[in-house]
Design a protein around this ligand. Structure first.
Ligand code: ATP
Ligand code: MG
Ligand code: MG
Length: 548
């Protein structure tokens, strides 16, 4: 089995199984449905679902952490489900929502009130901030902190009933206004929001806060190990406090790991949303986006993202991963699994003057030079072809192993040709190269022992299909775009360039998202949104070799 390498979290799990603390392992992946998943989420998905796959009797839940109705939408729910499935993972049972537990969460809040551990506070936002104090100074107790249990119960019930305005009241846990951990200074656990919720509609006008919701949801679901990123480290005492102070038996353990930071890449839904709002990209699934949907559209295989997650590992050290290592995973996968095909992105015409005008051959080419199981394809050949503009020069030095005037080159999967003449337009651009072919060189070397070193790709001019090629580059020129004050100055103006050329006819029915190696050009896939039979569009998934 292709299991993941060990890491400190798996070591903890191993211990918990060995000591008998747990008989089975339960994890969860808890996205907030307020945007699309990105490559950072892929790390968390692979970690949580990977544990579920690798341990016996283990499972992973998909839970939407949906306590903030203003920012959430059911479209995001569907996009997230699709992305997790596409990555190749199965969640246990039905999808879950924190909002499934609103009634239970409410009861636990009542329980905290009853035991004197929560109170309704009427400080406004500014006062609350002021009373909270700072890292260097203790906070002050709210004047509402010592309300009676009866009064708190009454006010909380009336908050739920919709009697009070937004912002006028909140429920706070009564912990310690002098705690060195700011999170423990009487955190808000419920607030009033007259907002329609994508799951619970208008049933609620009070919504629980993340820190109150998450730990209880974990406990309700029997989560054993609640894995989250390091910024939640100082939330852990609150996570534990809530569970210790309500009558719930399960005590899941929160463990933090470092988030994925990727060079040249933003990994924050909020910042990615801003790129869409500012029309810097076309949407969440723009192939330049580091979203799972963007990478899928670009042609990244799901397996390459899983491999990447495996390679970066799971630690508590903050670091930034090189974009090259993600691309290496994509390239390695496609080198092995991407069928070969030919496309000419910047075409000039080749006319084979000694080839019969009426003739056409159906040449057979392997789909992969090292993998016969991928089969063969038909590559038509006739008198007129296209080659890439960069593959012909009137004169070229020894290093230039392509087509030169009066010299020979091999057409990939076909014959050896010699350039005899060429034509130019008024500006001197080459428009046509006139060649002769050696009919005895199909699949073999010239009989007289002539050495022909170069090989170039081509497409047949009769049967080819016109295509648009979208060449993508990183969106940002700076290593850490998140640190920039203004994103605009960090943008790569060349993140998308479009070329118009031709593809071999076998690509007419290329399946969207499935990447091919266009020989000598790179890995490309048909665009899942814009490519049609009448107008083929191919995205460059990744270049053949590392470019940075
Ligand atoms: P964002 O800041 O992009 O909105 P988030 O953490 O708020 O991210 P959630 O939807 O809450 O987004 O994330 C779901 C899970 O994915 C959380 O457990 C979170 O810790 C994890 N996660 C988010 N970003 C990363 C990242 N860059 N690396 C690893 N895990 C991440
Ligand atoms: Mg979050
Ligand atoms: Mg967020």
């Amino acid at each position: 089995v292709d299991t993941s390498p060990s890491n400190f979290i798996r070591n903890i799990i191993d211990d918990d199984l060995n000591t008998g603390k747990h008989q089975s392992i339960q994890t969860r992946f808890p996205p907030e449905p307020n945007g699309y998943l990105h490559i950072g989420h892929a790390k968390s998905i692979c970690l949580n679902f990977g544990i579920a796959e690798d341990y016996p009797n283990a499972a992973c839940n998909l839970r939407f952490d949906d306590t903030n109705p203003l920012k959430e939408d059911v479209d995001y729910v569907h996009a997230i489900e699709k992305d997790v499935s596409w990555l190749g993972f199965k969640w246990q049972g039905e999808v879950r929502y924190s909002s499934n537990y609103f009634e239970q969460l409410y009861s636990y809040a009542v329980e905290l009130i009853e035991t004197g551990k929560a109170y309704v506070c009427e400080l406004n936002a500014e006062q609350t901030r002021e009373y909270r104090g700072s890292l260097t100074s203790a906070g002050k107790d709210s004047p509402f902190r010592d309300r009676s249990v009866e009064e708190n119960l009454d006010l909380f019930a009336r908050m739920r009933a919709g009697e009070f305005a937004e912002g006028s009241m909140m429920l706070r846990a009564k912990i310690d206004m002098a705690s060195p951990n700011m999170k423990m200074r009487d955190p808000v656990i419920y607030r009033i929001r007259f907002a329609h919720h994508h799951q619970t509609a208008d049933k609620w006008c009070i919504y629980p806060m993340y820190d109150f919701t998450h730990c209880i949801s974990d406990a309700i679901e029997g989560i054993t190990h609640s894995l989250c990123t390091l910024e939640f480290e100082d939330h852990r005492p609150l996570y534990d406090w809530v569970l210790a102070n309500i009558s719930i038996a399960a005590k899941p353990r929160q463990i933090e790991f470092s988030r994925l930071n990727l060079q040249y890449t933003l990994t924050s839904k909020r910042k990615l949303a801003a790129l869409i709002e500012e029309n810097i990209v076309t949407g969440w699934d723009d192939p330049r986006m580091p979203t799972i949907s963007g990478m899928r559209r670009r042609g990244y295989p799901a397996a390459s993202l899983r491999e990447f997650s495996k390679r970066i590992g799971v630690t508590k050290q903050e670091n930034t991963v090189e974009l090259a290592s993600l691309e290496a995973c994509v390239r390695e996968d496609l080198e092995a699994n991407g069928p070969r095909a030919m496309a000419v992105l910047d075409p000039i015409k080749v006319i084979i003057t000694n080839y019969d005008e009426a003739k056409s051959e159906q040449l057979v080419a392997p789909c992969h030079p090292k993998d016969e199981s991928m089969g063969t394809r038909i590559v038509p050949f006739s008198r007129e072809l296209y080659i890439d503009r960069a593959d012909f020069k009137e004169v070229g030095n020894k290093q230039y192993k392509r087509l030169k005037l009066n010299k020979e080159v091999r057409l990939r999967n076909a014959y050896v040709i010699r350039a005899d003449d060429f034509k130019t337009d008024a500006e001197g651009n080459i428009t046509e190269v006139h060649c002769t072919y050696d009919a005895g060189t199909l699949g073999k070397n010239p009989e007289d022992g002539r050495k022909v070193k170069g090989v170039i790709h081509w497409v047949d001019a009769k049967t080819n299909k016109p295509a648009e090629f979208r060449i993508y580059d990183r969106l940002f020129l700076v290593d850490n775009p998140a640190a920039e004050e203004s994103i605009d100055s960090a943008l790569n103006a060349q993140s998308l360039t479009v070329q118009k050329g031709f593809v071999e006819v076998s690509l007419a029915d290329a399946v969207a998202e499935k990447a091919y190696q266009f020989e000598r050009e790179g890995y490309f896939c048909a665009d899942n949104t814009d490519s049609t039979a009448e107008h083929l569009v191919f995205n460059r998934t990744v270049a053949l070799r590392a470019t940075f």
